[in-house]
Write a protein that binds this ligand. Structure first.
Ligand SMILES: Cc1cc2nc3c(=O)[nH]c(=O)nc-3n(C[C@H](O)[C@H](O)[C@H](O)COP(=O)(O)O)c2cc1C
Length: 141
C-alpha cells in the first residue's frame, strides 16, 4: 500500500477542495492518504511518504503562498530528491505561471514531478473536479 501525503494551503477553500478530490482518487487506488494543512505538516510527512502532493493557490504575483507554504517548501528541498511529487493549486486571472515556476523549482531539487502539476481556475467543478480525482488516481498507480 502506497503512502501518500497531501500537504496544502488554502485561503478560501478552492485548493482545499482540490486536495480532497485528489485524496479521493488516490484512496480509490488503495493508497493510505494523509491530508495535512501545511501549518500542521512535519518533515516526517514528507520523508515517510512514497508520494508527496503539495498544493498552493497562485498568490502575491504568481508565487506560492508566502507565510506558510513558502518556508515549508524551502525546508523540504533536501528531502524530495527522486521522490514522486505532484503539485496542484487554484488560480484566477493568471495563466499558470506560478505553477510552471514551482514545477521547475521542485525539479531543480531532484523531484520527479508528475505531469507538470494540476491547476484549476477557482473552485473545481464538473470536468475540473474529475481532473483532480483523476490526477490523484494516476499519481498513486
Ligand atoms: C493576495 C492574492 C493574490 C493573488 N494572486 C494571484 C495571481 O498572481 N495570479 C492568479 O491567477 N490568481 C491570483 N489570486 C487568486 C487566487 O489564486 C484564487 O482566488 C484561488 O482560487 C484561491 O485559492 P484558495 O481558495 O485555495 O485560497 C490571488 C489571490 C489573492 C487573495
Amino acid at each position: 500500500m502506497k503512502k501518500v501525503s497531501i500537504i496544502y494551503w488554502s485561503g478560501t477553500g478552492n485548493t482545499e477542495e482540490m486536495a480532497n478530490l485528489i485524496a479521493k482518487g488516490a484512496q480509490e487506488n488503495g493508497s493510505e492518504v494523509k491530508l495535512i494543512p501545511v501549518g500542521n505538516a512535519k518533515i516526517e510527512d514528507v520523508v515517510n511518504s512514497d508520494i508527496l502532493l503539495l498544493g498552493s493557490p497562485s498568490m502575491g504575483s504568481e508565487i506560492i503562498e508566502e507565510n506558510e507554504m513558502e518556508p515549508f517548501v524551502e525546508s523540504i528541498k533536501d528531502s524530495v530528491k527522486d521522490k514522486t511529487v505532484g503539485l496542484f493549486g487554484s488560480y484566477d486571472w493568471g495563466d499558470g505561471e506560478w505553477m510552471r515556476n514551482w514545477v521547475e523549482r521542485m525539479g531543480s531539487h531532484g523531484a520527479n514531478i508528475f505531469e507538470e502539476g494540476c491547476i484549476v481556475n477557482l473552485f473545481p467543478e464538473g470536468e475540473e473536479a474529475n481532473k483532480c480525482v483523476d490526477y490523484g488516481r494516476r499519481i498513486a498507480e
